[in-house]
Design a protein. Structure first.
Length: 150
């Protein structure tokens, strides 16, 4: 695991992944593949419509996830903190590419772990069908709670 982030922050993320149904060895394997990025307060992590080829796991700080439409003020849909995932909600564009459904900005100085969708897929391929069903249900619940607020 990356030693640049506190053990407590990594443990929060491991607990979150475990609660989603990802076995601890698989969660640990995924965490070993992350790229660590630090953002200052007010920095944009990603914008609505940008490529959705990575998922962000908040390790420290707070991240505002918002929905925006032309001519309307952005609407806060989630305030993500340590252990939370952002950037998992996407849509398929006309060209078949995946794009971010929402935007995200650092509400405070924060540190996030980035995982490519390919890395996530590789870990998920090794899981049992029951675990995959639990993960699908957890992601559906996360997505539903955000969609409910928009």
């Amino acid at each position: 695991m990356n030693l640049q982030v506190s053990a407590q922050a990594q443990e929060r993320l491991l607990s979150k992944l475990s609660s989603m149904g990802i076995a601890r060895p698989a969660a640990t394997a995924l965490l070993e593949r992350h790229m660590l990025v630090r953002y200052p307060k007010g920095a944009e992590l990603f914008s609505m419509g940008s490529p959705a080829d990575v998922v962000f796991a908040v390790l420290t700080g707070l991240v505002k996830v918002y929905s925006s439409r032309p001519g309307v003020d952005p609407v806060l849909v989630e305030l993500a903190g340590p252990g939370d995932l952002v950037g998992y909600a996407d849509f398929a564009g006309a060209d078949g590419g995946r794009s971010q459904q929402f935007g995200a900005m650092a509400a405070t100085k924060c540190c996030v772990a980035l995982f490519t969708r390919h890395q996530i897929s590789e870990v998920l391929k090794g899981l049992e069908p029951e675990a995959l069903l639990g993960i699908a249900e957890a992601i559906n619940s996360m997505w539903s709670s955000v969609a409910y607020r928009t």
